[in-house]
Design a protein. Sequence first.
Length: 492
Amino acid sequence: MQRLNRLNLLRNMNRELKLCGLLLILTAVLISGCDDSSRSGPSVNSKPLEGTRLTFSCSNSRLRSLLEPMVQVWALRTGAIVELRSEPMQPDDGGDGGVVGFEELGGWAARGDLLPLPAAFKEPGHALQWTTILGVYRGDAYAGWGGQTYGLPLAADGHVLLYRADRFADPQVKADFRTQTNRLLAAPTVWEDFTAVAAYFAKRDKHPSVAFSPSQAGDLFFRVAACYDRQVRRGNAPGQADSLEFQFRLDDGQPRIDGVGFQEAAEWLANLKALGCFTDGKLDPMAALEKGDATLAVVSLADLMKHPGKADSRLGITPLPGSRSVLDPATGQLIFTPHNYVPYFSGGYLGVVRKGCKNSEAAFDLLAELGGPARSQELVAAGGFGPIRESQLEADRLLVWLGYGFDERRSKDLQEALRAYVGKAVENPTFGLRTPDAPKLQSQMAGELSALLEGKPAAEALGQAAESWKQADAGVPRGTVLEWRRRAVGLN
């Protein structure tokens, strides 16, 4: 009974977290009210930033709703006045800072509009505890630009593979799969097996098996391409030479997206479409799975939060697959590997301070509050955002993963899947586009992937995408474009 009560309490945590901000504000107000202003002389409870004004932006509505009470508590404690805007930051809006998406950081940094994080933030004794942030998020390729750290990681993304576990456990389904493929039916661990399982269910059910939206094509393409294009490196193991190249070569800035590994990913995507595996995207992934309109789905944590409450007990959770082949840089050909998973990071949010901020010390103090260990854990526990700190992936921190409504076992599965997602031991992860021309490049790639899904050959689609990328920055000095490519991965 005690264990049942504990589980019920944990499952209500997401609702309680919404009240947490209000309680914190009330506490701060009560503390503030304890100051007896009638006493003569300076008050021992004087607020260090009394009268200081800051204007911050956060355009993500869910994240803003979670940050707002945290900002108000900090403001009450310090005496500062903070306006939290819902509009995205603009160069001429007079703001002091804000929350930007991972893909936006490069544009701001390239214009010279951001202040670097204070060196004190990274010191061992600082309350931010910088070194407990997962290495990939505090690294130059995520939080920095040109070797300088400009962003403070606040909220990460996260992706997992969901599947209808009840279908996979059905004895007749398992027997038919074994008869047709001479293999055991299981949640796929490599993209090649994902195709086999998806094709089997699409044929058996006579309707699509993979919850998919055309808007997802670009992200999924690069996630799969990361596994085919880059051989994973862990520790000091021999293998692929250290390289920061992914979408572009760093010697001349030319695109690599028409290479062998990317073509393999494009053919994987096109094959699933040709086999009738993709849904039309009219239902979001969770709804498609729950209604039985799909059996598999690559989903983000934000997708999981679209259906609050008790999660469907028929859903299984497993890490994103890797690949069974990978590019050999020495030969330029694909070679066999049992399992090659290389993470691809393209989302999440960072706090930044603008160069024109008149109260930069106060602005950074606010960011340190929002990005500190306590607030970071609150954001993860509220749901919809991935782990930022190593402690959030430890087995004894299961509490922070119960906000999605899964039972204890599947909450552990979720935590395990996200531990695999961030690939802490992988030394050479890949990253999404974040240079000033990223929106244009993403749009061009989306157009070619759409053509690919309509039947355009993979080599032709990627060749055209590469050519479009070469022409995307016509009028921009070649040296500037190369500088963007190099600084985006942390090089000067």
